[in-house]
Design a protein around this ligand. Structure first.
Ligand SMILES: Nc1nc2c(c(=O)[nH]1)N[C@H]1C(S)=C(S)[C@@H](COP(=O)(O)O)O[C@H]1N2
Ligand SMILES: [Mo]
Length: 246
């Protein structure tokens, strides 16, 4: 959004759409035009208004079957060294559950079958790792937005945080979390997601570099502000500085 874009009109439009007047909002106050400020400006943002905002978002390019890479590298963890993960792997993830909690109306505990019962999205997108490679695969899963809608985001919800079975932890803002190409993927190239690629479920965040596409997702927590975690078991300590920008 450019500086010249009329914020005032935009916010006014939002309040009209959501049917809620932004009373107490001093319209002459300068608010920097960034998404965080925009969300803060309107606590009245409903999911449907957010979805309208998101239709303005750019989509990552989608490819055809012929573009799928023969070799998709594995980066980082190939098999989480975690007892409960290995146990659920041994029963084919039948007892695996995805917890969704935090700032939601209805905390969830979803099985793989529950996720697969939701409408699926299949897309062929490219994945670029900051280590310097790009590969294309077909991913199948449920959009994260559907799962968040099932749980029901509370008004204070701003970020979606993820914990993985190997100790990785990261977050998405609502714009990325609700994006149509952000999926919880359980299928890759027409088969179940292979273990080294993050079985049973990984994130695919099409417009981000590879590190945001977390593998071995274990739980999702909705928060108003992601907290840096000091966790000795987390290989992500070196990513700590990324939180500084929030
Ligand atoms: N839990 C977890 N998620 C992860 C990683 C990891 O090691 N553990 N590696 C990240 C990085 S840097 C990349 S490029 C991709 C790699 O996914 P792939 O192994 O399927 O290629 O997953 C990302 N998500
Ligand atoms: Mo990566």
């Amino acid at each position: 959004m450019s500086d010249t874009f009329s914020r005032r009109k935009f916010i006014a439009g939002l309040s009209a759409l959501s049917g809620v007047a932004l009373t107490g909002c001093n319209r002459d106050i300068y608010v920097p035009p960034h998404f965080g400020g925009l969300l803060d400006a309107s606590d009245a943002l409903t999911m449907s208004v957010q979805r309208m905002l998101l239709t303005e978002q750019s989509m990552a390019r989608e490819y055809s079957v012929a573009d799928i890479s023969d070799d998709f590298p594995v980066v980082g963890t190939r098999l989480p060294n975690n007892v409960s993960y290995v146990m659920s792997l041994s029963n084919n993830f039948r007892d695996w559950r995805l917890r969704v909690d935090g700032l939601v109306d209805r905390p969830l505990s979803l099985s793989l079958a529950d996720l697969k019962a939701l409408p699926a999205r299949t897309s062929i997108t490219s994945h670029s790792c900051e280590e310097g490679w790009t590969a294309i695969a077909q991913w199948q899963g449920t959009t994260l937005s559907q799962v968040l809608e099932l749980a029901g985001l509370k008004r204070e919800a701003r970020y979606i945080t993820f914990r993985c079975a190997d100790g990785w932890y990261d977050y998405l803002d609502l714009f990325d979390a609700l994006h149509a190409q952000t999926i919880l993927a359980y299928g890759m190239n027409g088969t179940n997601l292979p273990i080294p690629h993050g079985a049973p479920v990984r994130l695919r965040v099409a417009r981000h570099l590879g590190y945001k596409s977390l593998k071995f997702i274990q739980s999702i927590r909705v928060v108003d502000m992601p907290k840096p975690i000091y966790d000795d078991s987390s290989p992500r300590l070196f990513h700590f500085s990324w939180y500084a920008g929030i």
